[in-house]
Design a protein around this ligand. Structure first.
Ligand code: AHR
Length: 668
């Protein structure tokens, strides 16, 4: 029997508790959330199998167990149409950032349609909408017919060759400097599958005997919030539907680089795409950085969520899991300056150097950054205490209102780091379900027991990674027998118990986010992930863990309410309650971690008129959504028994075995 008390003993809930962690891993960005449909658009590198020009069947699934050569320059992902010869060219660079272009020679005897196509990121979804295309072109010589060339841009089936939609763009093609051509393709067709291509073709009668150079060939569908160079609509919408309060970016390991040289350099991710070189990134594929700093900020703006900006803090990984390279202390001022400049780009007004640059890039209004994370997982390095201190002092001096987040804290082996009062600690947990279930109380006395007075926690990355083993030690080398591929109901339940433990400790646990968040089924380095997808939105697998996050984020009040339990302690039932002044609702979350139903008498102090509730449950705790069964486990409305009437002070309800329920009592 539990009683939700509407007493004076309310505490403000943590306003940013549920959020998102995002980095480019598993082709979550390029080939995923970043809506660009063209793979290897600037010939920088590609995880599409080399030689896959014969068609999509060549683009086999590649995972970390089956890596390929990811870094370019390469022509992979592209194929000729008609009688043309395609090659890579370095003599006619588009820009310093994009030095490799595609040379297309059309022989003098060519006839008919000539050009090239791109297979997309393991396919391309074609549905009724407007597509935005652009590319840069250069001719190798002045043209006899007045230089005008007509390009047909089309979406086609890769199976039948059928054209779904096309448009034509004509222009004089210069032979000194590149010209950028832009077009929109209005498509009304729905292709039966995503095995489609994007083609740029010419009429050989116009161009036979000519050579052209092409680069940065781009095609965007409509994007989330109609943002140019924006996010894939359906995946962004799934994130938005979670009601997240923050976004942590750009990593994760991917912030740090596999060398100091190849770290995520914010200033190389901004401005015109032709000036973004991209980088051979941490997760073994080339990042275009089309999803760059400003795009991340737009993401937070479009979802109205807080940015949690990870800044490079002088440590790169070298070889994952081993001590990497630390920037020496005497060179750290340069790293501090990088971060200060980055913050100025985000927050400076137009009179500042980098604020003016942001305005030039289209956003004069400063963003507000309230949270900055200093590095990522610096327990891999022994140099963090001094690097953290240098970064913290340097940033604090200019931005004292920001909350800074340390990536490790004073319990770590080998050294001591004292997190300053008012700052936060980012902890990561890839664990077994037992860890989360037993961790319900973990944060109850965390500040006092660890001597971290007035230090908050960002539960920045967590997930049920492997099933319970006798040792309890997580093995990241992914043994098939223990490693989880899809998050399952037990993931949601155990992660939910841990999250409830956080929710009832708002003075300590300020933020939490599942990680990793996205996985491209065609190429991934890591499982499990919250959402997995292909080019076809109908194949997206939204996991049980996603639903737990979504339910907790949606039904979340502004103040905690005390809950009194008159019969027994937590386990197998776990609960927490909050009240939302604005919505006039009381929220009660209840998790049953056991197989059998548990009768529960609920008493709500506040007068309520109606109750609605949503439940995620199955008798099979190992059930998961998968490519074969997208909706095996989804939240459903609870149908309460007869007799539960509006205004009842209390009621008894059998909480089903293996379930997560969120109840909303409407008090207005
Ligand atoms: O989420 C995957 C990785 O796990 C992150 O990049 C890193 O922070 C952690 O080790």
């Amino acid at each position: 029997s539990i009683s939700v008390k509407d007493t004076e003993a309310r505490n403000a809930t943590a306003p940013y508790l549920y959020g998102l962690m995002f980095e480019d891993i598993n082709h979550s960005g390029d080939g995923g959330l970043y809506a660009e449909l063209i793979a290897n658009r600037a010939f920088q590198g590609s995880t599409i199998v080399p030689g896959a020009v014969a068609g999509l069947e060549g683009n086999t699934i590649i995972s970390s167990e089956n890596p390929t050569i990811p870094f370019g320059p390469v022509l992979t992902g592209w194929a000729p149409i008609g009688n043309v010869r395609m090659s890579l060219d370095l003599l006619h660079p588009l820009s310093d950032a994009l030095p490799t272009v595609m040379q297309v020679d059309i022989p003098a005897n060519a006839t008919g349609e000539v050009g090239f196509l791109n297979y997309g990121w393991w396919g391309m979804e074609v549905m009724p909408q407007q597509y935005t295309a652009s590319f840069y072109a250069l001719a190798n010589a002045p043209r006899s017919n007045g230089n005008t060339t007509s390009f047909t841009l089309s979406l086609r089936s890769n199976i039948t060759g059928e054209t779904w939609a096309s448009t034509t763009v004509s222009s004089k093609i210069p032979f000194v400097d590149y010209i950028q051509l832009n077009a929109t393709i209005k498509n009304t067709a729905t292709a039966p599958n995503s095995n489609n291509t994007f083609a740029i073709t010419m009429d050989a009668s116009q161009v036979a005997g000519q050579t052209f150079y092409f680069d940065l060939i781009s095609l965007f569908p409509e994007t989330f919030a109609n943002r140019p160079n924006g996010l894939r609509k359906d995946l962004a919408q799934a994130f938005h539907d979670m009601k997240p309060r923050f976004l942590r970016f750009p990593g994760g390991n991917n912030l740090e680089g596999v060398s100091v040289q190849t770290r995520w350099k914010w200033w190389k991710t901004i401005g015109p795409l032709k000036d973004r070189p991209g980088r051979p990134a941490d997760w073994n594929y080339y990042n275009t950085d089309g999803l760059g700093l400003l795009e991340y900020l737009y993401w937070t703006q479009d979802m109205q969520i807080e940015p949690v900006l990870g800044v490079y803090a002088g440590f790169s990984l070298d070889i994952y899991g081993q001590e990497g390279t630390s920037v020496p202390d005497d060179e750290m001022p340069k790293i501090v300056q990088e971060a200060l400049d980055e913050l100025e780009y985000c927050m400076g007004d137009v009179t500042t150097k980098y604020g003016a640059l942001r305005a030039e890039h289209g956003h004069p209004e400063p963003f507000k950054i309230k949270f900055v994370e200093i590095g990522n997982e610096d327990w891999f390095s022994s140099t963090y205490p001094s690097r953290f201190r240098i970064m913290y002092d340097g940033l604090m001096a200019k931005y004292p209102d920001i909350t800074y987040i340390s990536t490790t804290y004073n319990e770590n082996d080998g050294y001591r780091i004292d997190i300053p009062e008012g700052a936060m600690w980012d902890t990561h947990h890839y664990e077994e379900p037992r860890f989360f279930l037993e961790g319900f109380n973990f944060y109850d006395n965390w500040q006092s027991s660890t001597n971290n007075t007035n230090v908050g926690v960002l539960l920045g990355e967590f997930s049920f990674f492997q099933v319970d083993t006798p040792s309890g030690v997580v093995n990241f080398s992914n043994p098939e027998d223990t490693h989880v591929f899809y998050p399952r109901l037990l993931s949601a339940i155990s992660e939910g118990v841990y999250a409830l433990g956080g929710e009832r400790n708002p003075n300590t646990v300020k933020m939490s986010s599942y990680a990793p968040s996205l996985q491209n089924f065609n190429w991934y380095n890591w499982t499990p992930n919250m959402i997995a997808f292909t080019a076809n939105p109908k194949e997206t697998v939204v996991s049980a863990s996603y639903y737990q996050q979504q339910m907790f984020g949606t039904w979340y009040g502004t103040e905690t309410l005390p809950v009194v339990n008159t019969k027994g302690d937590f386990n197998p039932l776990f609960w927490g309650a909050s009240i939302d002044g604005k919505m006039n609702a009381v929220y009660l979350k209840v998790i049953n971690a056991n197989a059998t139903a548990v009768p529960l008498e609920v008493h709500i102090d506040a007068a309520w008129s109606t109750v609605n509730a949503t439940i995620l449950t199955s008798p099979d705790v190992d059930i998961s959504n998968s490519r074969d069964e997208l909706t095996a486990i989804v939240p459903k409305p609870v149908v309460f028994p007869e007799g539960l009437r509006a205004g009842n002070g209390s009621f008894t309800w059998d909480v089903p075995g293996f379930s997560i329920t969120v109840l909303q009592f409407n008090t207005n």
